[in-house]
Design a binder for this molecule. Structure first.
Ligand SMILES: CC(=O)SCCNC(=O)CCNC(=O)[C@H](O)C(C)(C)COP(=O)(O)OP(=O)(O)OC[C@H]1O[C@@H](n2cnc3c(N)ncnc32)[C@H](O)[C@@H]1OP(=O)(O)O
Ligand SMILES: CC(C)C(=O)C(=O)O
Length: 515
């Protein structure tokens, strides 16, 4: 199996993500984690960019023992000197020199002719060779460079002493077929190419960074450059975790592997996200929160029967505990029952069906149904008392300049009863309308509300305590809407009061309710 070297540039190209700025301590923390991950080379920064970056690269160079620390430099002596200073103390330093080679960059940015590009790059490599035994050279925007000129540039870099030649698709312009062909052509045409390593550096402007890196591997690339979570300039770089897992999962096809400690991937991803402040999208391959989460009933049923039906990678491979079955409106009974067992509930088929119907109802109104939501649903069911009054609908009118009003429709013995009322607030209006329907004279002694799950669509749980003469009862209501939860709690307490009264179950002692 061929070894593919991993050149991590999270601390350099990754840091070029707009809005990201890592201080020395943060760079060292990430570098040490990258070392645990087992990257072969790590680009720590661009020392000529600022004294702060020079110091940060130096701190990384001194901290890291098991990977080559790399510093980026333009093809200019002053940048090379800055990189030299920054890499002092490194066990195995690499200098990364670059100069653009494409017609657009030559004409507009560098204002150089082809021969000047060749001369400038050669002079820089030869100057650097006095100080560095490992030199990587990158013809920037190689992807849009005339192939014959690119061959000339690569041949020059090899003659001048580069040990790795990198082929950047700087603007993420190429298709995998075209990018792979560049490697094939260089291998066929450039003398001495077998004496150096060829590297791939791709950007994700067209969403092709990982595909292009894999195409490069299929056509002879020895090294892949990329970042954790795919962060980087504009749309980012090849995500290292994607390449590593593609090679691992499809070793049969690629016949190549990285030396990464794959179980460190999830931890590294979280650290990079935390310190760069760049959240990982939920649907991001390998490290996104949904990468091992299954929502639909048919998939969940398959997963419960045999995980490989819907998972090509085990979450343990990247250091995660387990896959997640996320309950939502597409879930089925198998997954729901499994979740209940996890949460400690064992219901018979009839109760399960009832709970499942309630769950589907909630899932229609709520994006994710959490464990707390399910507990709340089940417990509400288990402690339910006979329902004399059943809430059918409420309609509330509220404006900060008008008097709140509510209309409630309640079913009793199969008859629909409707009443309207105004109140000091929306809840007060609802409660007055309910009083009119139930004709029960009750005193609201306590009202509390709390959220039982997270997010804007969290379930709200309302508790009320009602008193009527010698009787008192608590009521509880749960809904994604707090007014509906309030109405349900109030009616629940009235139903319990009626139940207690019918059983002669008195009494309150002071503020204590006997249950
Ligand atoms: C594809 C990539 O990701 S390359 C890396 C990109 N990263 C960065 O640019 C981050 C760090 N950069 C910086 O801090 C600054 O750009 C610096 C310190 C390097 C240079 O700053 P300044 O001297 O103010 O120059 P500025 O950035 O405005 O312009 C770049 C100059 O470098 C030249 N240049 C660009 N690439 C190279 C190169 N590889 N080798 C030599 N010269 C180069 C440009 O032609 C321009 O030269 P000019 O001033 O003669 O026109
Ligand atoms: C410096 C080079 C490798 C680069 O980052 C690019 O071309 O994208």
């Amino acid at each position: 199996m061929r070894k593919i070297y991993i050149f991590d540039t999270t601390l350099r190209d990754g840091e070029q993500s707009p809005g990201v700025n890592l201080n020395t301590q943060e760079k060292v923390e990430i570098a040490l984690q990258l070392e645990k991950l087992g990257v072969d080379r790590m680009e720590a920064g661009f020392p000529a960019a600022s004294p702060g970056d020079l110091a940060a690269v130096n701190a990384v160079a001194r901290a890291v023992k098991n990977a080559s620390v790399v510093a980026l430099s333009r093809s200019r002596e002053q940048d090379i000197e800055a990189a030299r200073e920054a890499l002092q103390g490194a066990q195995d330093p690499t200098l990364h020199l670059f100069l653009a080679s494409s017609p657009i960059h030559r004409k507009y940015k560098l204002r150089m002719e082809k021969h000047q590009v060749l001369e400038t790059a050669e002079a820089a490599i030869r100057y650097a060779k006095k100080y560095f035994s490992r030199i990587e050279f990158s013809p920037e925007d190689a992807g849009r460079t005339e192939i014959d000129f690119l061959c000339e540039v690569v041949a020059m870099a090899i003659r001048a002493g580069a040990t790795v030649v990198n082929i950047p698709d700087t603007v993420g312009y190429l298709s995998p077929y075209e990018y792979g062909n560049i490697f094939k052509t260089l291998k066929e045409k450039v003398p001495g190419i077998e004496n150096i390593q060829l590297s791939a550096h791709c950007h994700d402007d067209l969403g092709l960074a990982t595909a292009n890196a894999l195409a490069a591997i299929l056509n002879g690339a020895d090294q892949i450059e990329g970042t954790i979570n795919g962060i980087g300039e504009r749309a980012g770089n090849t995500a290292i975790e994607e390449v590593a897992l593609a090679l691992e999962t499809r070793a049969d096809f690629f016949q190549a592997k990285t030396g990464l400690v794959l179980t460190e991937i999830a931890r590294t991803s979280r650290l990079v996200s935390k310190l760069t402040g760049m959240p990982v999208p939920g649907n991001k391959a390998i490290v996104g929160a949904n990468a091992f989460a299954h929502e639909s009933g048919i998939h969940q049923d398959g997963m419960l029967k045999e995980k490989t039906t819907y998972e090509i990678i085990s979450p343990a491979t990247i250091g995660l505990k387990d896959s997640k079955l996320v309950l939502g409106k597409h879930s089925g009974r198998h997954a729901f029952k499994e979740k209940l067992i996890d949460l400690g509930y064992e219901l018979n088929d009839e109760k399960l069906n009832e709970a499942f119907a309630k769950f589907k109802n909630l899932a229609d109104r709520k994006k994710d149904v959490s464990d707390e939501d399910i507990r709340a649903l089940i417990e509400e069911k288990l402690i339910q008392t006979p329902e004399v009054f059943v809430l059918e609908t409420i309609q509330v009118s509220y404006g900060n300049q008008s008097v709140p009003s509510a209309i409630v429709r309640i079913v009793k013995d199969g008859n629909r009863l409707e009443e309207a009322a105004i109140g000091n607030g929306s809840v007060d209006a609802i409660y007055k309308a309910i009083d009119k329907v139930t004709q029960e004279e009750v005193e609201l002694q306590d009202y509390s509300i709390k959220s039982v799950s997270h997010g804007k669509d969290a379930l709200g749980e309302v508790h009320v305590l009602l008193a009527q003469g010698d009787y008192s009862a608590q009521g509880r209501g749960i809904s994604t809407d707090i007014l509906e939860a309030s109405a349900k709690a109030y009616l629940d307490a009235i139903n319990r009061l009626i139940d207690k009264r019918s059983r002669g179950e008195k009494k309150r002692h002071g503020n204590m309710t006997l249950i």
